[in-house]
Design a binder for this molecule. Structure first.
Ligand code: FAD
Length: 483
């Protein structure tokens, strides 16, 4: 919740109310999807006025969609009426990406939730955008395959939302983030045209428009189907927990492991405060007195895995690890992951309010970043809890505060913005996976010059010249610079 959000839209009596829906527009939408698939009553709409970011903006209407043809027809109709629209998966994004600003219409994609094809020979699946992320791997398990990107929210987030946000997760360190697993997309463009970008072939001529779409936060069109790359399930998985006295020690190990030529499947980190919060909440077997822990998972062939694990343990010890443990069975592995995946909830339950962000730095800069974040938290007098996809240099500092305390929210906002400034200054970036949304518009200026942003604006204009597709997200206005 950074300072770019218009103050007038904050919680309470100054919530923005939507423009009323004209009876004519309701009738026209109902003619396409059925009256039962259009919500326009205020109480119904309030269910859709927020996402996991926490701010609110009431939509003008919500439309439940079941096919690409329906999406196309609805988008054409809204275009003719000059009404903006935003796709919504399951609203778990933490940057305000699925908020309908200024009375836009929400296109609810959750009912397009079928796995259309499992194509083992071509090592891909074709899915609708509303499929839950975890359901892809669950459907593939009997075939001995899985889908690698694994956001901690994978039980609750959609493939469409993951594609829009270019979601990351623990296994993305070894296998790459969502964009590395999307082969093709069916997309409804903002003028209603249905097109395919990419396909089952890995290498295709022409511009990589699939790549442009992934991570565009729903601002270039609506994804209605996706071809996803799948991987063979590993023969063996070994999960290790390395315990350190300080975050800095743990941060140093991350670079040391990679520099030794070892590529574990995951290199996740939690600071001591987070470990304690997780243990208090979930009792997963983490040491309460740790200054930091690394959750390291190896996957692949059984042959040689014990040697690799021993090599990693030796590096951890050489860098000051107090203890290195190996999970002895699936139950212990699952418990360690339950703690990591539940860390956000275990932490944020400790205070009435929080601000959590996802800056990223080159992994060699992690120790410096973590030290500066800790100093900053002390300076502003707030508690900070850090979890990291450490292998990717992706840091999630979470500042806890009580919104009822005068000035606390402002201090958390300032600290959060300062963290992003530090990340940019260390050669990193302002969002490793959560997206810009409305949250970090200002921070885009830390990593892009006005000309860079203008070029991105040109691309947006090519797809969406009327600016009706998820307006107000991702790209800050460059009007000032345009003079
Ligand atoms: C507890 C918790 C843990 C999380 N952990 C992670 C994590 O480890 N890694 C990570 O990357 N994120 C994480 N997130 C953030 C969030 O889950 C991801 O951003 C996710 O990709 C959002 O999916 P969604 O279906 O909820 O999309 P929504 O929140 O509904 O939408 C997100 C964006 O996608 C767009 N969109 C949705 N569907 C479509 C479509 N069909 N076509 C075009 N645009 C579309 C929306 O317009 C919006 O801009 C976490 C969130 C929570 C609450």
């Amino acid at each position: 919740m950074l300072s770019s959000w218009p103050r007038a839209s904050a919680r309470g009596p100054d919530v923005r109310y939507s423009l009323p829906m004209s009876g004519q527009l309701v009738r026209a939408l109902s003619a396409i999807v059925g009256r039962e698939n259009v919500l326009d009553g205020v109480v119904d709409l309030q269910t859709y006025e927020y996402d996991a970011y926490g701010e609110r903006s009431l939509p003008r209407a919500v439309v439940f969609l079941r096919s690409s043809a329906e999406v196309s027809a609805v988008v054409r109709l809204l275009g003719a009426e000059g009404v903006s629209f935003v796709a919504r998966g399951y609203g778990t994004n933490v940057s305000g990406g699925s908020l309908a600003l200024d009375g836009g219409v929400v296109l609810e994609m959750g009912r397009m939730n079928r796995i259309l094809e499992i194509d083992i020979s071509n090592r891909c699946v074709v899915v609708q955008p509303g499929v839950f992320t975890l359901d892809v791997s669950t459907a593939l398990a009997p075939y001995g395959y899985y889908y690698a990107p694994d956001p901690a929210s994978m039980r609750a987030s959609s493939i469409g939302g993951n594609i829009a946000e270019n979601a990351g997760g623990p296994h993305c360190f070894k296998y790459g983030v969502t964009t590395n697993h999307v082969l093709g997309l069916e997309v409804v463009l903002p003028d209603g045209e249905i097109v395919w970008l990419g396909g089952k072939n890995v290498d295709r001529p022409g511009l990589d428009l699939t790549g442009v779409f992934v991570g565009s936060e729903g601002t270039l069109g609506i994804v209605t189907a996706a071809i996803l790359r799948i991987l063979r399930s590993p023969e063996t998985v070994k999960t290790m927990l390395a315990v350190f006295a300080s975050l800095e020690d743990a941060g140093n190990v991350v670079s040391a492991i990679v520099a030794a030529g070892l590529v574990p499947a995951t290199l996740e980190m939690m600071d001591g405060r987070t470990v304690k919060a997780v243990e208090d909440d979930l009792a997963c077997g983490y040491p309460r007195d740790a200054g930091a822990v690394l959750l390291i998972e190896l996957d692949g062939l059984s042959d040689g895995m014990d040697d690799a694990a021993e090599e990693i343990a030796a590096i951890c010890r050489a860098q000051g690890a107090l203890d290195v443990r190996v999970a002895q069975n699936e139950a212990e592995q699952a418990a360690l992951w339950r703690g990591r995946q539940g860390s956000f909830a275990s932490t944020t339950r400790l205070a009435p309010n929080y601000m959590s962000l996802d800056g990223a730095v080159p992994r060699t800069k992690l120790p410096e970043l973590l030290r500066r974040v800790s100093d900053l938290a002390q300076e502003v007098g707030l508690e900070v809890y850090c979890t990291l996809h450490a292998g990717d240099g992706n840091v999630h500092p979470c500042f806890l505060y009580d919104g009822a305390e005068p000035g606390a929210k402002e201090r958390a906002e300032e600290a959060s913005m300062e963290v992003l400034r530090i990340c940019a200054g260390l050669g990193g970036t302002v969002s490793g996976e959560h997206g810009i949304g409305v949250e970090k518009l200002e921070a885009m200026h830390f990593v892009f010059g006005e000309n860079d942003l203008r070029v991105q604006g040109f691309i947006k204009d090519v797809f969406d010249p009327r600016g009706l597709c998820n307006p107000g997200k991702l790209l800050p206005s460059t009007e000032a610079a345009d003079g």
